[in-house]
Design a protein. Structure first.
Length: 156
């Protein structure tokens, strides 16, 4: 490897921009629809996405002692450049962090549910997680993104 070219990890570590990443179940129909909603709401394009089944997410989960085979839990990483820190939000807290980041009025309307206690929100989250495949099915990975420019916001 030529030492004059920094690695992807070096670029991420020296980046001045905060790179928030949402780790989601890449096979879940509801999860993929949620990601598409967040893409539409995030007009600044700040949020990145990685399926829990992919190598980026799997490495992150292992590094932080999170289950690498439980795809029921969404994980929000506030800054991928600082991914070595245990600064992540799970389940409903992760959803609300992603919505806040979007900064749109529609996201603010959805975020009003944050006033509910976390225990209640996460109980609802777990109920939906258990039934999501029966209701929304498995995602067809061949479905194209509505906007080609969104492709660069996804990591394997």
């Amino acid at each position: 490897m030529n030492s004059s070219h920094p690695s992807a990890d070096q670029l991420a570590a020296t980046a001045t921009d905060v790179v928030p990443v949402l780790l989601y179940d890449g096979e879940c129909g509801l999860c993929n629809r949620t990601v598409r909603l967040l893409l539409a709401l995030d007009r600044r394009g700040a949020l990145r996405f990685a399926p829990l089944q992919g190598p980026h997410a799997q490495g992150y989960l292992r590094d932080h002692g999170l289950p690498a085979d439980d795809f029921d839990t969404l994980v929000f990483v506030p800054d991928w450049a600082r991914r070595d820190r245990p600064e992540f939000l799970l389940r409903s807290d992760g959803v609300f962090a992603a919505l806040r980041l979007c900064g749109s009025r529609r996201a603010d309307v959805l975020a009003w549910l944050r006033v509910l206690p976390r225990a209640l929100r996460d109980a609802g989250y777990r109920l939906v997680a258990r039934t999501r495949f029966q209701i929304w099915g498995k995602w067809d990975a061949t479905c194209p993104l509505p906007r080609p420019e969104w492709r660069g916001r996804f990591w394997e």
